[in-house]
Design a protein around this ligand. Structure first.
Ligand code: AMP
Ligand code: MG
Length: 539
C-alpha cells in the first residue's frame, strides 16, 4: 500500500515499557497489576470523514491531503489497524463528584500508539468511541455525533485560544446508530455514531496513579510514575539515567501543581466551564481533557454549570473550578505519597498551587482590563467591584470585555451614565434599568481613572491597551448554541458548519468582520433548548 498514512512512524513506549494485562480477550473486568490492556477498535459499517484539523496532521508530519484518502476514514473510524499501531486501553480510577469510584479506565478510548515525528516529539493517537474495552463497565464504548462534534471543535478552539488541551485530528461518522437517553428521562433515541481521534503527548490522568495507590500496587504506581517522568518531564531529571528519587517525585508534583494552576487561570480567563472535573478528567500534563457537558459562560455568573447532572450540588460550577482543581491535586498527592513518604513538602506544593493561581489570575485580570500591571492595592477592589457589576444583570462575559476595549480616554469627559453604558450595551441580555446603568457607569468611571493613572505612570496608551486586551479577551468562543447548530446540520449530512466554526475559531482573537454574526449574544430561543445551554453527561 502506498498511502501517506504509511509514513507514520510508531514507537510505542508505553506498551513496551509498562506492565500489560496478560488477558487479551475483550470483556469487561477488573484489571489488576497492569497499566493497560490490549484491545482492538470495533469495526464499523461506513466510516466517513466529517472534519479534520490540518494543524494536527502536521504534528504527525502528515499533509492535509491525507484526510481525503479513503484509507484515512477506515483507520481513524476503527476499521483498520496500521502496521506499527498497538491498540490498547489504560486502567485508571478516579474520584467522581468527591467520592472514590474505583476502577474506571478507558471505557471508550483506545490508544493506537505513539507517533514519533521528525522533530522527535511523541504524540499518542487515541480513538474515542471506537467500541468496548475491558474498562467499559456497563456502557457501550461508543460516542455519538453530538458529543463528538463538541469534542472535536472545542479541542481545537481551546488550542487556538492558547489554552493547554488535548488536540483532535479527525471526526468520523461510523454509519451506525447508537442509543442514547439524552435527557435521562427513559426516552432513548438512536443517534449517529462517531469517532474522534484525539492527539496528545499522553492521556494520563490523576486517576491513573490513584488506582494503583488505592489497590496498594505500589510497584506499578512507581513504574508508571517513572515512565511518565522520563518521557514527559525529562527536564526534571539531573541526568537522563539518574535514579528517580523522592526529591524528583516532589519536583514533578510541584510542576503538576503549577501547570494545573495555569490551566485553571486560562479557563477562568476565557469563561470555560469543564462541567465534570473528576480526578479521572484531570490531565497529568495540565491539559484540558475529556470534553463532555462543558460550556462557555454567556451571562457572567460564577454559579453557572452547564452540566445537568451537577445542577443540584453545582460542585463544578465556573467559580469553584480553581478550588476543585486544588482538591483534585490533594487526591493526587495522596496517591503519590507512597513514593515520597513526607507530608510537609506535598502540602507546600499545594500551597504553591494557590500562589501560582493567584499570580496568573491577577496578571490575566490586568491584561483583560488593559492595565500594564496588577496593582494589588487598587486593582483588587477594582476587580471585585467589576465582578459584582457583571453579576448585577445578565451581561455576556465575552462581549463585555471585547467591547470594553473600545473605550477611549479621549472621549469620556462629561459622559452621562447612559453614554458609559453604551460602550458595553450590546453585552446586556436585557435592557438595564437606571440603577443598573448607574452601577456600571460608576465602575467605568473608576476604571477610566485607573487607566488615566496607568497612562501617566507607565506610558500606556489607548492603542497598547486595546492590543493587550484583545490578545487575552477572545472575540469568538464556541458557544453551546453554535456547536448545536453545527451538530444539527452535520446530523443531516451537511458538515459545512463544523468546517466554518473550525475556521473561525482558529483566530479567536482576530476581528474577522466577515463573521461578526458569530460575535453575538446567545439568541433567546437557545436559552432553554437542549444542548444550547444545559447539557447532560449522556454522550
Ligand atoms: P466521563 O465521566 O465521561 O469522563 O467517564 C467516566 C468513565 O466512564 C470513564 O471510564 C469513561 O471511559 C467511561 N465511559 C463514559 N462513557 C462511556 C461509554 N459510552 N462506554 C464506555 N465507557 C464509557
Ligand atoms: Mg472522562
Amino acid at each position: 500500500m502506498t498511502t501517506q498514512l504509511n509514513q507514520l512512524r510508531f514507537d510505542n513506549r508505553l506498551v513496551r515499557e509498562l506492565p500489560a494485562d496478560p488477558e487479551t480477550k475483550n470483556y469487561r473486568r477488573q484489571v489488576t497489576g497492569a497499566v493497560y490492556s490490549r484491545v482492538n477498535p470495533t469495526p464499523v459499517k461506513q466510516p466517513r470523514l466529517v472534519a479534520g484539523a490540518s494543524e494536527v496532521a502536521a504534528l504527525l508530519d502528515l499533509p492535509a491531503s491525507v484526510f481525503s484518502q479513503a484509507e484515512f476514514a477506515q483507520v481513524f473510524g476503527g476499521n483498520q489497524v496500521l502496521d506499527g499501531m498497538e491498540p490498547h486501553a489504560c486502567c485508571y480510577g478516579g474520584h467522581q463528584f468527591g467520592n472514590w469510584a474505583g476502577q474506571l479506565g478507558d471505557g471508550r478510548a483506545i490508544n493506537l500508539g505513539e507517533v514519533r515525528n521528525q522533530q522527535g516529539e511523541y504524540w499518542t493517537l487515541q480513538l474515542k468511541g471506537a467500541g468496548p474495552t475491558p474498562y467499559s463497565r456497563t456502557a457501550d464504548g461508543l460516542a455519538v455525533l453530538r458529543s463528538s462534534v463538541r469534542e472535536f471543535l472545542c479541542s481545537e478552539a481551546m488550542f487556538h485560544l492558547g489554552v493547554p488541551t488535548t488536540r483532535a485530528l479527525s471526526l468520523i461518522t461510523t454509519g451506525e446508530w447508537v442509543r442514547r437517553d439524552m435527557f435521562y428521562d427513559g426516552n432513548p433515541q438512536l443517534e449517529p455514531g462517531a469517532v474522534v481521534c484525539r492527539v496528545a503527548p499522553n492521556f494520563t490522568r490523576f486517576g491513573n496513579f490513584e488506582i494503583f495507590s488505592a489497590r496498594g500496587e505500589i510497584d506499578v504506581l512507581k513504574q508508571l510514575a517513572d515512565f511518565t517522568i522520563r518521557k514527559d518531564f525529562a527536564h526534571l531529571l539531573d541526568h537522563k539515567s539518574s535514579d528517580i528519587t523522592a526529591e524528583i517525585y516532589l519536583r514533578w508534583f510541584n510542576e503538576i501543581c503549577l501547570t494545573t494552576a495555569q490551566l485553571m487561570a486560562h479557563w477562568m480567563r476565557v469563561g470555560f466551564v469543564h462541567g465534570v472535573m473528576n480526578t479521572d478528567n484531570m490531565s497529568i500534563l495540565g491539559l484540558t481533557i475529556d470534553y463532555g457537558p462543558y460550556g462557555w459562560l454567556e451571562g457572567y455568573d460564577p454559579d453557572w454549570t452547564p452540566n445537568t447532572t451537577d445542577a443540584q450540588g453545582r460542585r463544578y460550577r465556573y467559580g469553584t473550578q480553581p478550588r476543585v482543581a486544588l482538591w483534585n491535586l490533594a487526591q493526587l498527592a495522596n496517591a503519590l505519597y507512597p513514593l515520597i513518604n513526607a507530608v510537609e513538602p506535598l502540602q507546600q506544593a499545594l500551597e504553591r498551587y494557590r500562589i501560582e493561581y493567584e499570580h496568573c489570575a491577577q496578571r490575566d485580570m490586568a491584561n483583560k482590563l488593559g492595565l500594564s500591571q496588577f496593582d494589588p492595592v487598587q486593582d483588587q477592589s477594582l476587580t471585585e467591584n467589576l465582578l459584582q457589576v457583571l453579576q448585577s444583570a445578565e451581561i455576556d462575559m465575552t462581549i463585555f470585555y471585547r467591547q470594553l476595549a473600545h473605550l477611549s480616554l479621549d472621549d469620556i469627559h462629561q459622559y452621562t451614565d447612559q453614554q458609559w453604558v453604551d460602550i458595553v450595551r450590546s453585552a446586556y441580555y436585557s435592557a438595564p434599568d437606571i440603577k443598573a446603568e448607574a452601577m456600571m457607569a460608576n465602575w467605568m468611571r473608576s476604571y477610566a481613572q485607573r487607566l488615566q493613572q496607568d497612562f501617566v505612570l507607565n506610558g500606556n496608551d489607548n492603542i497598547q491597551r486595546r492590543e493587550r486586551m484583545n490578545a487575552v479577551n477572545p472575540k469568538y468562543v464556541l458557544r453551546n448554541y453554535l456547536a448545536q447548530q453545527a451538530i444539527d446540520k452535520a446530523a443531516g449530512g451537511d458538515n459545512s458548519e463544523v468546517e466554518k466554526l473550525l475556521q473561525i475559531l482558529r483566530k479567536p482573537y482576530a476581528e474577522q468582520p466577515e463573521h461578526e454574526a458569530y460575535f453575538a449574544k446567545r439568541p433567546e430561543w437557545a436559552r432553554h433548548k437542549a444542548g444550547c445551554s444545559m447539557l447532560s453527561c449522556s454522550s
